[in-house]
Design a protein around this ligand. Sequence first.
Ligand SMILES: C[S@@+](CC[C@H](N)C(=O)[O-])C[C@H]1O[C@@H](n2cnc3c(N)ncnc32)[C@H](O)[C@@H]1O
Length: 332
Amino acid sequence: MARNAKRKGAGRSKPSRSGRGAASRRQQFLTRTARVFDLSETAAEQLMSQGRRQSLRFNPLAGAPRASFEAALAPWADGLTPIEWCDGAWHMDLPPGGVLPEDMFVSGQAFIQNASSFIPVLALDPQPGERILDLCAAPGGKTSHIAALTGNSAEIWANDALPARLPKLHEVLDLLHVQTVEITGHPGQFIDRFLEGPFDRILIDAQCTGEGMIDLRRPASLRYWSMERIAEYGRLQRKMLSAAAKLLKPGGVMVYSTCTIAPEENEAPVHTLLSRNADMTLEPVDIAAPGLIPARTRWEGEAFDPRLSHARRVLPSAFLEAFFVARFRKAG
Ligand SMILES: C[S@@+](CC[C@H](N)C(=O)[O-])C[C@H]1O[C@@H](n2cnc3c(N)ncnc32)[C@H](O)[C@@H]1O
């Protein structure tokens, strides 16, 4: 796929300053997005031209009882909708000027995320007592969710390769009362050289082109988009998947997620891992979130492993960013 992508890509490594360059980049992104989701370009344009509302997650690790937290939310109940598929989370649609009490955030009782970010953690299904690796962890939203679901009783390794992002990771995990965590700063593509396995569960919430965050009403959000970047991240993601799989315990679960749309960064790296590791298979991503559709089993004339139909794409909507989630199981 990467070779194919490079040939097709009229990509540039630097952002183009010309209006014509920006227009053709926008058109290329739109054409691809429409094809990925099997939509018309008009429908794809609407999908990618909306603001995304945020969601609120209750953090039990802060020690406040859930009932008192919910009581404190009562004055804002009209602007909060419980998320049926994610316990202890609410979609937020507060009236203009509506602000939740600061204390909830300062005390670490509440955390704001895009609701799509809940899906990989729920698919990981972390359990107390397990050894869990979060390979691309900063700023720590998903690590803290893992710690919350396991009641601070899993051994979590939170890794991120970018030194500049580690202070924020420390800060978020401290704020959210995450205790059983080791923070490391290794390159994920070589993680098997730095950390000792085995891990019961591994989350790879990979560095990606972040197409899910593109809002076509804001031309700047496409400034760094290019086929070259897609191909470059696809190579990195393949390497991270391969290195992490070596650290997974037989019988263990590994979840791969991105907030991007490109099949070269989603289905293609998953396909490569399956084709090179007979002991790895895909399991259904069984989360009842709206807008979850099967991942692609073909792209640009190339067929992927049919098990990719178990992986899920998130169709972007008012509350959910475009996301991709695949859940692997290692034989054992
Ligand atoms: C999508 S973000 C992770 C978000 C995080 N999981 C969360 O929920 O808060 C991807 C992260 O990968 C990190 N990263 C980039 N290249 C990496 C690499 N080669 N190995 C490990 N992490 C990397 C980035 O610094 C970034 O923090």
